[in-house]
Design a protein around this ligand. Structure first.
Ligand code: NAD
Length: 254
């Protein structure tokens, strides 16, 4: 018996590093997973992996979640397919890095849209369905960048967007409590995903600069983030709402 047996879970960004591992973990715990991504092939691969592991997953791609109408569509499709919705994991994001003042207005807007609009849009359209269900859970992927400044790489819009996600989490928790909706943020430190591993290559200086702020002096594995997300989504976490959980190897402790 899984901790999420029968729950309908919408996960965004399921073609990516964390989204793929999250899909596998949620399905392993008995959830019916709907996964949306802008990338068709990567999303299909995730669906394939989940099904091969014996889990239940439906993929919806391509879908651009910066467009509110497309965000509405995946929510409506999920509810139509499974008769309701219990959990939303707002994991998808697209972002840009760069130092001031080279960081353009367009870079700023693209990051705020890619990191802050997406979880707002999906939460907004999921909200009435969670209310109708008698409650549910929204988990927002934030970042330690929403809690402390980061030197490598320069990240003004990323920092602002993730502080925004943490603030939005508190506010939605307050507004959702009367309807049984819990809202929680998870703020990872640096995670080694297939994409980040490939991008960093053998640049040991960059790897050391990124992991140097953690106390454990290493990247997280996606599983180390996702296991907490699965717990927060389950009824075992019924007393947890409005909180932000750093999973950052101690980076925000000093
Ligand atoms: N990787 C890290 O070190 C790290 C650290 C802290 C927080 N996070 C957060 O964790 C989450 C997942 O990160 P990841 O490393 O797996 O990233 P990733 O880039 O591997 O995955 C993100 C996924 O979102 C999808 N996506 C992006 N824009 C989209 C859009 N407009 N519509 C639909 N799908 C879209 C991408 O196609 C991709 O598959 C993000 O919210 C990120 O900010 C990651």
């Amino acid at each position: 018996m899984g901790t999420l047996d029968g729950k309908v879970v919408l996960i965004t960004g399921t073609g990516g590093g964390l989204g793929r591992v999250a899909s596998l973990a949620f399905a392993r715990e008995g959830a019916k997973v709907v996964g949306a991504d802008i990338q068709i092939e990567a999303n299909n691969e995730t669906v394939e992996l989940v099904r091969r592991a014996g889990g239940e997953m439906t993929g919806i791609a391509p879908i651009d979640l910066t467009d509110p109408e497309q965000a509405r569509k995946i929510v409506e499709n999920t509810v139509a397919a499974y008769g309701g919705l219990d959990v939303v994991y707002n994991n998808a994001a697209s972002l840009r890095f760069g130092p001031m003042p080279d960081f353009s207005v367009e870079d700023w807007r693209a990051t705020i849209t890619g990191e802050l609009d997406i979880p707002f849009f999906v939460s907004k359209f999921a909200w009435p369905h969670l209310v109708r269900r008698g409650g549910g859970v929204i988990i927002n992927a934030a970042s330690m960048a929403g809690m402390i400044a980061g030197e490598v790489p320069p990240m003004v819009a990323h920092a602002a967007a993730n502080a925004g996600i943490i603030g939005m989490t508190r506010q939605l928790a307050l507004e959702g409590a009367r309807d049984g909706i819990r809202v929680v943020a998870v703020s990872p430190g640096p995670i080694l995903t297939p994409a980040s591993d490939r991008d960093l290559g053998d640049n040991q200086a960059a790897r050391a600069a990124i992991t140097g702020k953690t106390l454990v002096k290493r990247f997280a594995q996606p599983e180390e983030i996702v296991e907490l997300v699965v717990f927060l989504a389950s009824d075992r976490a019924a007393y947890i709402t409005g909180a932000n959980y750093p999973v950052d190897g101690g980076a925000t402790a000093w």
